[in-house]
Design a protein around this ligand. Structure first.
Ligand SMILES: NC(=O)c1ccc[n+]([C@@H]2O[C@H](COP(=O)([O-])OP(=O)(O)OC[C@H]3O[C@@H](n4cnc5c(N)ncnc54)[C@H](OP(=O)(O)O)[C@@H]3O)[C@@H](O)[C@H]2O)c1
Length: 297
């Protein structure tokens, strides 16, 4: 492959997996990061552009010559503006495919959630910037692939790990036998890497929903208990208790905490076709826990 892939968000849970898969296949990769030392230590073969969302000048210069872009933005409030601006620069410099980390929350009723709305506005900003680029440059349309994952398994690392480890309990608002959808960061990173290496025409403007497995809290504590080497209990808590935990204990902003009280309630079917895209079954919660068991022991 002679193409060059520019990666925004390549040092996080999803991006790292995507970058590693591309490097394993000898794809030329450039990471946009605030922490070049972190990238050099982890991916010595990768090219680096140092920069931040606040000033996209280094990105504008660095993205020239790249044919594809992986776009993951962590700033949820300013996401639509940042994604629109980066996508405009990418289209203007001849990038032929954008693979964007969006969210399944886009499919929830219009403006019913903060997370759904910010990801939806971001998808629209990317589409709008592409239309402007085509109108002005008369260039070949850039393919835009949106990945729409459900709730990340990695949320266990930052929301639930402390209570599981210190108190031996998982606390959540769902009934013990209520099904909820989950996705592994490895599946998201792998699918991004697959799309970025396959023909651009194959995926076109695809939207890929990503729910890898559905689990009840009772099933989650059974799996957590196995890796922790002790029994983990489940306590169903009220939405007020969860809200207080997210805001007071974790410092989460109000609008995000409101969403996390039950963001994907009722969205509980595995995405048809995900195993076709991945060329394997999506990762199970047990498999994901095996990679992260140290956190829960
Ligand atoms: N959690 C969920 O259930 C869920 C569900 C659906 C979608 N999502 C999406 O997933 C995203 C999070 O993905 P993740 O877990 O892989 O993230 P993560 O592990 O927190 O990694 C964040 C990445 O963003 C980069 N970054 C952060 N601030 C930056 C800045 N100011 N300038 C430049 N780069 C910056 C970091 O790069 P450096 O530190 O190297 O600069 C890092 O590579 C969310 O933003 C959301 O869109 C989440």
């Amino acid at each position: 492959m002679t193409e060059k892939v520019f990666i925004v968000g390549g040092t996080g849970h999803i991006g790292e997996r995507c970058v590693q898969q591309l490097l394993n296949n000898n794809v030329h990769v450039t990471l946009y990061t605030r922490s070049p030392a972190k990238v050099q230590a982890k991916f010595p073969q990768a090219a680096i552009v140092e920069g931040d969302y606040n000033d996209l000048t280094p990105l504008e210069k660095g993205i020239a010559g790249h044919t594809r872009l992986f776009l993951l933005i962590a700033d949820l409030v300013n996401m639509p503006h940042i994604k629109g601006a980066i996508s405009a620069k990418a289209c203007a410099t001849g990038v032929k495919q954008i693979v964007d980390l969006s969210s399944l929350a886009v499919t929830l009723p219009w403006r019913s959630t903060f997370l759904g709305n910010t990801h939806r506005l971001s998808e629209e900003a990317i589409l709008a910037s592409r239309s402007s680029a085509v109108a002005t440059a008369d260039s070949i349309t850039t393919g835009y692939v949106a990945l729409r994952p459900t709730m990340f398994m990695t949320n266990h690392l930052w929301i639930d790990a402390q209570t599981i480890k210190n108190e031996g309990v998982l606390r959540h608002t769902a009934d013990p036998d209520e099904l909820e959808g989950w996705i592994s960061n490895n599946d998201i990173g792998d699918l991004a890497a697959i799309v970025l290496q396959e023909p651009i025409e194959k995926h076109g403007d695809a939207v890929y929903e990503m729910t890898g497995c559905v689990l009840t809290p009772a099933q989650r504590i059974a799996a957590l208990g196995k890796v922790a080497g002790r029994e983990i209990g489940y306590t169903k808590i009220s939405t007020k208790e969860k809200y207080d935990f997210l805001t007071t204990k974790m410092g989460m902003p109000h609008i995000m905490a409101m969403d996390l009280l039950g963001l994907f309630k009722g969205v509980n079917t595995v995405s048809v076709g995900l195993s076709v895209l991945l060329g394997r079954e999506p990762e199970s919660f047990e498999q994901w826990l095996e990679h992260n068991k140290d956190v829960f022991q």
